[in-house]
Design a protein around this ligand. Structure first.
Ligand code: T3D
Length: 264
């Protein structure tokens, strides 16, 4: 019998739902799943009809990071080159999600551990089921928080919490994650996908170019000063002022009707 696809893609109009699909391993990454996910995200990136993306997991987990069954070393055997796997798989994935010119929602349906937690945090809006938890599991196996973890965590929750949660690999339940600003919102388990779909549908009808510029500017804010940020805001607003969606938004406001944005 054929192996099930390691990543599933469904489209609902302009909204794409991408599901990690190795539930027996809590959707931990092996190379096949990495290649499938990257292929799908790249195709959504270049697909103008796709205007928002939801990333979620099949079964009871979101993603448990690297599949450790691929990392067992025989006594005295050669060590794997983890720099290679970061360079080849994890880093391009995080860069692509951060660079995607459309919003990405993580719908964290269950445990998100290791690179799986940081994959969720790299998304633009993180919703999590109340039963989900986030674990920076790396220190338990002697590694650092990769997939952008050491960059994102101090920015999201501050240095003190970032160091404690990573060094101690403390599981953070979804409601606590919301309280400390690690994620946007924790919702009832039964409503997670409904909430994510509602949010996704709303974003898929929003002015996509404006959202893409907003995403890029907010991400940049951590790396430059106010002067440079003001210049970048000016340039982005100049570009957006020439967009069809801006013209439509102003017309719709003046005509007291809902705008019909086309993502152009
Ligand atoms: O290697 C490189 O390329 C470098 C990059 C590294 C990036 C990383 O992500 S390193 C961190 C890797 N991930 C972890 O260390 C997390 C390991 N998993 C766990 O700590 C726990 O499974 C969880 C806290 C995530 C969930 O615990 P629990 O009790 O809810 O479930 P469980 O029973 O531990 O797991 C269920 C099954 O999934 C189980 O299989 P079984 O016994 O039913 O056949 C378990 O072995 C499997 N599983 C869970 N996580 C992984 C995994 N199998 C392989 N790799 C995993 N990461």
């Amino acid at each position: 019998m054929a192996e099930p696809a390691p990543v599933l893609l469904e489209t609902h109009g302009a909204l794409a739902v991408v599901t990690l699909n190795r539930p027996d391993r809590l959707n931990a990454f092996n190379e096949v799943q990495h290649r499938a996910l990257k292929g799908i995200i790249d195709s959504l990136d270049s697909n103008h009809d796709c205007r928002a993306v939801i990333l979620t997991g099949a079964g009871r987990g979101f993603c448990a990071g690297q599949d450790l069954s691929d990392r067992v070393q025989p006594e005295g055997g050669a060590a794997p080159d983890l720099g290679y796997t970061l360079e080849t798989f994890y880093n391009p994935l995080i860069r692509t999600i951060r660079g995607l010119q459309k919003p990405v929602i993580a719908a964290v349906n269950g445990v998100a551990a290791g690179a799986g937690a940081n994959l969720a945090l790299a998304c633009d809006i993180v919703l999590a089921a109340k039963s989900a938890k986030f674990i920076q599991a790396f220190s338990k196996i002697g590694l650092i928080p990769d997939s952008g973890g050491t960059w994102m965590l101090p920015r999201l929750i501050g240095e003190a919490r970032a160091k404690a949660l990573t060094m101690l690999a403390i599981p953070v339940p979804a409601e606590e994650a919301e309280r400390i600003g690690l994620i946007y919102r924790a919702v009832e388990d039964a409503t997670l996908m409904d909430e994510a779909m509602k949010l996704g549908a709303r974003l898929a009808e929003a002015p996509t170019l404006g959202l893409a510029e907003t995403k890029a500017l907010i991400q940049k804010a951590f790396t430059q000063g106010l002067e440079a940020q003001l210049d970048d805001e000016r340039d982005a607003q100049r570009r957006l002022g020439r967009s069809g969606d801006y013209a439509e938004g102003v017309r719709a406001f003046m005509e007291k009707r809902e705008a019909r944005f086309e993502g152009r």
